[in-house]
Ligand binder design. Structure first.
Ligand code: MN
Ligand code: MN
Length: 298
């Protein structure tokens, strides 16, 4: 399989899992079960999770995944963003959907989807990233909502989710770049209400991690642990839940703490809306081919 075939396969799996999630009623279900079920589904379909399934509720825009035995239960009024990553040989499909039964926020979730679709319509080789941001912003504000200005889409590379190029969710006036042929990009508008700040801040909770350095710690226990997580996840994000497949929880948490302190591992804290207002998200991964813009997660 060449890289494009891998992307296509990863995209098919990611969209299948996302569409199954969209149809479900998660009211009364806990976040642990939701994440584990979706990650299992990715594997059963022949893929691997590219990152822990994100289940970010309400004013949390992104980067929450279930803790081990997380008993947080989804309420009928919640706005839940489900963000799924699937990889095949490191080639990643990244996609998200907002699910809610709260009639107050259905329109906002739809606004995120519309903004995403409008941006994809103009995504061609050489389309400027600022233009994409402009279309996203305009589409969102026309519907009476606000984009989150410090969250953005991104280029993707093998085993790298944020590969250096950002696709803004607002019209930007600084540096801009043109989209490249055969490059994968995730486009992901985040939307909040007009009384939101339109900015996210890092929260206290951190349960998604990634290796940034494999420099030995000189502690045998710790080096073995680092080697083990490198073998499993390479540069891709992971979470405490996943460490418990092969490690005792107390040990895993202790090792993680040391590796964080030594900066072998960094964390991705949850991202919270500045005025604690509800946030919706939609996301697709695209690849620009000569003859078409392929939405691999359609
Ligand atoms: Mn995503
Ligand atoms: Mn993404």
């Amino acid at each position: 399989m060449d890289s494009f075939d891998c992307y296509i396969k990863a995209g098919e799996i990611a969209s299948r899992v996302r569409e199954n999630a969209r149809k479900k009623d998660y009211t009364g279900k806990n976040l642990f079960e939701i994440c584990e079920q979706m990650e299992r589904e990715i594997i059963l379909n022949g893929g691997a999770p590219a990152f822990p399934v994100n289940v970010s509720l309400n004013e949390i825009a992104a980067h929450y995944t279930a803790e081990p035995n997380d008993q947080t239960v989804v309420a009928n009024s919640d706005v839940l963003k489900i963000d799924i990553g699937v990889h095949i040989n490191g080639f990643i499909a990244d996609t998200a959907v907002t699910v809610s039964h709260n009639s107050k926020y259905l329109e906002m979730a739809a606004a995120a989807e519309t903004a995403l679709n409008e941006a994809i319509k103009i995504a061609k080789p050489n389309t400027k990233s600022s233009e994409l941001g402009g279309v996203i912003e305009k589409t969102i504000s026309r519907q009476g909502y606000k984009p989150i200005q410090n969250l953005s889409g991104h280029s993707l590379e093998q085993f790298t989710i944020h590969a250096g190029k950002s696709i803004p969710n607002i019209k930007t006036f600084g540096s801009s770049f043109g989209l490249s042929l055969n490059q994968a990009y995730a486009i992901e508008p985040f939307v909040t209400t007009n009384d939101g700040q339109g900015v996210v801040y890092e929260g206290k909770v951190k349960n998604i991690f990634g290796i940034v350095s494999r420099k030995p710690t000189k502690e045998k226990n710790c080096d073995e642990f680092l080697q083990d997580i490198w073998d499993k996840f390479k540069t891709l994000p992971f979470t405490t839940r996943w460490l418990l497949h092969d490690h005792e929880e107390v040990h895993a948490r202790k090792m993680l703490e040391i590796l964080l302190k030594r900066k072998n591992v960094h964390s991705y804290p949850i991202l919270v809306e500045g005025n604690y207002k509800m946030v919706a998200q939609a996301e697709h991964t695209i690849i620009l081919r000569e003859d078409e813009t392929k939405i691999i997660t359609i």
